[in-house]
Each structure stands twice: as C-alpha cells, then as structure tokens.
Design a protein around this ligand. Structure first.
Ligand SMILES: NC(=O)c1ccc[n+]([C@@H]2O[C@H](COP(=O)([O-])OP(=O)(O)OC[C@H]3O[C@@H](n4cnc5c(N)ncnc54)[C@H](OP(=O)(O)O)[C@@H]3O)[C@@H](O)[C@H]2O)c1
Length: 323
C-alpha cells in the first residue's frame, strides 16, 4: 500500500480511503466488520465516517456507522495509532434548534458524541460535512481550533464547500491564527467533474490541501453493473443511479470497458485508476459493500493508464470545451 501526505500536513494516509456510509444501510454490523477487517489487512489505514451515517434509514437514529467502527476497533484490538479516523459534523442529529450546524454549541456537543460512539479519545480528521449559512466561519473555526488544542481532534477538513467558501475559511484561519482546513472532500468522479474542477481544484493545488473525493465510482454506476436496456442490479442504491443512466454515460462505459480489456482489468478498476493517476488527488473514498468489491477496487492501485487512455477518458467527460 502506498501512503501519502494529507496535503501539507505530516499525516500519512493510504492511497485509498474506506467510506462507511453503507454501514447500517446496505450492511449490518457483522458485514461492516468483515469489510473493515479486509480493509485493514490490505493496508488501508484511512477510514471516513460521519455522525449522520446512516440516519436516512427508517428507524435509524444516526451515529450507527461510527458505532460499528468503534466496536470493530475495540473487538479486534486495533492499535489506535494504526488507523486514521475521519468523521464529520453538521447534519441534523436531533430535533432541537442546536442539534445541527456548525455553531460552537453544536460542534462541542457533537464531537463528544462522536468520540463516545467511536470509543476513542481523539479524531484524526474532523470535517465540516457541508457549510452552515447561519454561523459565521470564524465561530466554526474557533470551535475547531479549541478542539485541536484540547487534543480531541488532530486535523480539520471541509466537505462540499464552494471554492469561495473554502478561500474564506483559509483567510479566516490565517487572520485569527486558527487551525485551517487541511483537506477537502468533494463529490468527484468521471461523470461528475465540473464541481471540483471549475475552481476548487486550483485552490487545493495552490494551498496544498489534501483532496479525498467521495463517490469515485458514482455510487456503483462506474462499475458497469448498470446496463442500457437491462434490469437494475440488486442494490439499495439502484433507484438513485437512474439519473446516471444516460446515452452519454453509457458511451463512456463502452470506452472504459475497451480500456479495461487491454489491461485485463475491470471497469471499476479503470475508473479508479483514472483518478489515482491525478497528482492533486490524495485518496479517493471508496464504499465497498463486500470484501469482493473491496478486493476488486484495490486492484486499481496496480493499473497504470497510458497518457492516450487518460486523454480519451478526459475528452469524453470534459465539462468545458477545449479552446
Ligand atoms: N461528504 C459527503 O457528503 C459524502 C457523500 C457521499 C459519500 N461520502 C463518503 O464517501 C464514501 C464512498 O461513497 P460512495 O459509496 O458513493 O462511493 P462509490 O465508490 O462511488 O460507490 C460505492 C458503491 O458502489 C458499489 N460498488 C463499489 N465497488 C464495487 C465493485 N467493485 N463492483 C460492484 N459494485 C461496487 C457498491 O454499491 P452496491 O453494492 O450497493 O451496488 C458501493 O456501495 C462513503 O462511504 C462516505 O464515507 C461522503
């Protein structure tokens, strides 16, 4: 396994990160633990979760993914310093007016709840899940900075920020000498490029911010199991993938498949290899629901696309016309 610096920090994370959004949704606790053990055995040290995973499931109070992860660490006696735990705050964890957001009051409460569920006394990377228009950014950053100073949090990051919001946060940290966002978790993959590439990419490059994209396989579409004129595959996410099932995206799948054949690889491996070849990317966050899926995705680390292959994929998925 290759380990990379997370942006400008000294923290080393594996070239793939394991996501946990599927825990308590597509996966029960036993199966989640099986995936985590295989992840750890493969050398992946970087695990992404969030307090709200997976609260959208009926009857699920949220915090389930953190609980499963904390139980797995404890039951398997995983040395805490061998894994990098990234979690998030912002989502609605209760019905009260202060049970969500990035206010000081919510962050200070949410971190203690996450620490309790994770059964640890520190979080390696604490991320704003998305922005909070009701809270000034200096309030959020000062609360995070206090957590860093108290030792409850090692580094902080942002997810789903626009470029101007990320810049504003960086200036604020600089102005008040507060901990700064050292990672960005954007939605990014071969069929969803514009949001990251338009301006965020340049900010991350200029300020040496680690980039850990989520949904690198477009939630399963970029594995090839969603086919034109065929029934949807068995998956709790299948309905949501319908919007990706366009003529343009199926053309892309044929191209990826042709490249995959040349490399004796799978479609998902080529889609991941495209992202892994990009020097601005630190660690894509994958969301395998089985050990077999995980193993297939790990194979992407050994696929090296040629410049022509990358060009072909880039041309088919470009969001701006080349001048
Ligand atoms: N910050 C945010 O707002 C945000 C948002 C979304 C996700 N995330 C993070 O990113 C992680 C990954 O997101 P994601 O789950 O959307 O990633 P993804 O890698 O694009 O999609 C993962 C899904 O694709 C299918 N899959 C994966 N590998 C496969 C393979 N080799 N063969 C066949 N199917 C395969 C599985 O679904 P099925 O088995 O159900 O088909 C799996 O759940 C999450 O767990 C979470 O940690 C963050």
């Amino acid at each position: 396994m290759e380990y990379k610096k997370l942006g400008r920090t000294g923290l080393k994370v594996s070239a793939l990160c394991m996501g946990t959004m599927q825990f308590g949704w597509s996966l029960n606790e036993e199966d989640s633990h099986r995936v985590l053990s295989a992840t750890y055995d493969a050398g992946i040290n970087f695990i992404d979760t969030a307090d709200i995973y997976s609260k959208w499931v009926d009857g699920n109070p949220g915090g389930i993914a953190e609980t499963y992860l904390g139980n797995w660490v404890k039951e398997n006696k995983i040395p805490r310093n061998k894994i990098v735990i990234a979690t998030k705050v912002r989502g609605e964890m209760g019905k009260g007016p202060n049970d969500q957001g990035l206010s000081r009051v919510h962050i200070l409460k949410a971190v203690d709840s996450s620490l309790r569920r994770l059964q640890t006394d520190y979080i390696d990377l604490y991320q704003s899940h998305w922005t909070d228009d009701d809270t000034p950014i200096d309030e959020t950053l000062r609360a995070f900075d206090d957590l860093v100073r108290q030792g409850k949090v090692r580094y902080i990051g942002a997810s789903n920020y626009a470029a101007w919001e990320l810049m504003q946060a960086l200036w604020t940290s600089d102005k008040y000498n507060l901990a700064r966002y050292d990672s960005l978790q954007p939605h990014y993959n071969l069929i969803y490029r514009e949001e990251f590439e338009r301006e965020l990419r340049a900010v991350c490059e200029m300020y040496d911010i680690g980039v850990i994209p989520y949904s690198p396989l477009a939630g399963g579409f970029l594995t090839g199991k969603y086919r034109k004129n065929e029934a949807l595959p068995e998956s709790r996410r299948a309905e949501g993938r319908k919007r990706a099932m366009t003529e343009k995206n199926f053309e892309l799948l044929y191209e990826i498949e042709a490249i995959a054949l040349r490399h004796k690889a799978s479609i998902s491996q080529v889609a991941l290899a495209w992202m892994l070849a990009d020097p601005v990317i630190t660690s894509p966050i994958i969301g395998a629901t089985t050990v077999e899926q995980l193993n297939e995705n790990l194979g992407a680390l050994n696929i090296h696309l040629t410049a022509e292959e990358r060009d072909a994929l880039n041309k088919m998925t470009a969001w701006k016309r080349e001048s």
